[in-house]
Every structure is written in C-alpha cells, then in structure tokens.
Write a protein that binds this ligand. Structure first.
Ligand code: DP6
Length: 324
C-alpha cells in the first residue's frame, strides 16, 4: 500500500500575503499566535509552487527550496501536525520554488508554507479548504495563515487562523507595485527580528496597543475601497512597526538607501495628487499600492530612481490552488 502511494505526487501553488496592517510579535500559549491583528491582500502573479511526495520508507523529510536543501526543523512543527491529523508517520519529499526573490521581505514564507501545507494535506487525504488549512499553515509561518485565502484577509490578534474579508474581485482596480530594492537574502529573519523586538524594544507594548487601535479604521477604509484613507492607516502600521524595531537592542534596520528613495518618491507623487501608498515588511523591498490608472506613471517615475530595476505589478490574487 505504502509503495503504491509513494508514487503519488501533489503540486500546490500559493501567492504571498502582503500585510496592509502588520503582524509583528507573538503571543504566548501557541505557535505563531499574533500579538497584533493584521489585514492583508494576496498578491496575484507571484507564486510559490510546492511539489510533494512520500519519502522512501523509513526516511525522514527532505525539503528543497529553490534548489537548496533546507534544515528540516523549520518545517517539522507543521509537518508533524499534518502527520498527527492524518495518523500517518511517513516522511515527505518536498520541492518548493518561488517565481520572485526569496527571503527578501516579499513574504515568501507566507506563500511557501501555504503551498506546502496544501500539497501535504492533499497527499495525506486531509481536507484542503482554506479555512481548515489556515491554522495548519500558521504553524509553519504566521503569515501563511492568510496566504491560503485569496483576496483580502483578516487575522485577528491571538487567533489560530485567518478569515476571508473580501473576495479576489472586490477591488479590481487595485495594484501593488513591488520595487525589489535589493534581491539579497535579509540579514535577520522576520521570526528572529520579531522576537528581538518583543524582548528588547521599549516601544513594543506601545506598538501592540496601537496596532489594535488601528484595526477598525483599517477594516472600514478597505471596505469602502478608499485608497487614501487606507494608505494613511497602512503608513501608520508599517512606520510604527519599524519604530518598534529601531528601538530594539540591537536595532533592526531592514531599510536600504533605495527603500528611502522609493518612500520619498511616493510622498512626492501624493503631493501631486497621485494615490501611491507604500508599505514595507521584513526586508528592503517597497510595495506601492496604487490604482490601475496610475500604474504607468508610477513606473515611469520609479524608472528615474531605479533605471536598472523592473518593478513587478500585482493585482489581488487567488488563494491556494492545485495543479493537476
Ligand atoms: C513583516 O509570517 O514571516 O511580513 O510567523 O515567524 O514565520 P513567522 O513570521 P512571518 O512574519 C511576517 C511579518 C511581516 C508582516 C506581515 O506579513 O503581517
């Protein structure tokens, strides 16, 4: 029976979850339980693809990401949870790749873990509805709890899973321009940076309190598809998140000179009446929310600062899916 099923192979694809309001910090009492509520959009066109099969009898997990073998302990808590749910102790061979830079603040862990959670669940014959996968993907990486869903999601503070807020076609004109300021891997993982912020930043508690207070306005601005209103709230969220990081001991600084140039450009564009609202995550990349009608202009302006870069342009995208 086992030999038969070891021939079986499942491929799942997921897209990264870009937080508009940020998850930064964990609560005690569970794995990756968020201290702050987050709201996010899943980015279409950017993809993590995971191909999984059972490992040969008696061998453990083998995980290869973009051609590089990964330490299995990163994946063990999530894979063990799946094994336990299915009462199946076999190992997995997992091959995952991204069509965008890995570990550079583009939330590749969100799509990567979402795709692996989905593919392994299907291989094991477990349910693969996003609602059921969200709390499992979360064990791999918090933001993956959101990436199993398409469109817009909410992940409340302390919640074991994310929930859908709006479907993928809710805001068809919305675009996210991703400026890859630096494609190198980040100096400190979001996980380690989050923990260092919680442990050592005198601003951490203020950040957590403030993030909770931003939520209602964020949900409302998104519901009314008001980019200016949402942009102001997004900016509070990411700036205050970085404020808490800067105050950590040692300070955590993901920004590069190019990041700041992109931020200043957005400010200048807004001064000219163009809705261009940036956000950043645990890396130097800048993601600019704008409307479809302004994308060309935003790209032209970016070209002057970053002549050698071709920014990616994403629209809200679908959740986890399977390749037959
Ligand atoms: C800045 O989900 O990568 O992108 O749960 O430790 O795996 P772990 O962290 P991760 O952190 C994401 C942080 C963020 C903000 C966000 O996506 O909400």
């Amino acid at each position: 029976m086992k030999r038969e099923s070891s021939m079986q192979e499942i491929t799942a694809v997921a897209s990264p979850s870009l937080a508009l309001l940020k998850y930064w910090g964990k609560q005690d009492g569970g794995i990756n339980l968020p201290a702050t509520p987050s709201i996010a959009v899943t980015l279409g066109g950017l993809e993590s693809r995971a191909r999984v099969a059972f490992a040969p009898d008696g061998t453990g997990d083998l995980i290869v990401l973009n051609g590089r073998e990964q330490p299995p302990h990163h994946f063990a808590p999530m894979l063990n949870e799946l094994r336990q749910l299915a009462r199946d102790d076999r190992g997995f061979v997992i091959e995952s790749s991204n069509n965008f830079p890995t570990a550079a603040g583009l939330a590749s862990s969100s799509s990567g873990f979402a795709a692996v959670a989905g593919a392994v669940a299907r291989l094991l014959g477990l349910p693969t509805e996003p609602e059921q996968l969200s709390p499992i993907a979360r064990i791999g990486s918090g933001s993956a709890a959101r990436a199993v869903f398409g469109g817009f999601t909410l992940w409340p503070a302390g919640a074991s899973c994310a929930t859908p807020l709006h479907p993928v076609d809710f805001w068809p004109e919305l675009r996210v321009v991703v400026v890859t300021v630096s494609a190198g891997a980040k100096s400190i993982s979001s996980r380690a940076a989050m923990e260092a912020t919680r442990r050592s930043s005198p601003y951490y508690e203020a950040w957590v309190r403030d993030a909770a207070a931003l939520l209602e306005d964020g949900i409302e601005a998104l519901a009314s598809r008001d980019l200016e209103k949402l942009g102001v709230i997004m900016r509070r969220s990411y700036m205050r998140m970085f404020g808490s990081m800067l105050a950590a001991d040692d300070p955590i600084l993901y920004w590069r000179a190019g990041s700041l140039n992109a931020l200043l450009l957005c400010e200048e564009l807004r001064g000219r009446g163009i809705q261009a609202w940036e956000t950043m995550d645990a890396g130097p990349q800048v993601k600019i929310l704008t409307e479809e009608s302004s994308v060309e202009l935003v790209l032209e302006e970016l070209h002057a600062y970053f002549p050698e870069k071709t920014p990616l342009v994403a629209a809200p995208g679908p959740g986890l899916r399977f390749v037959e």
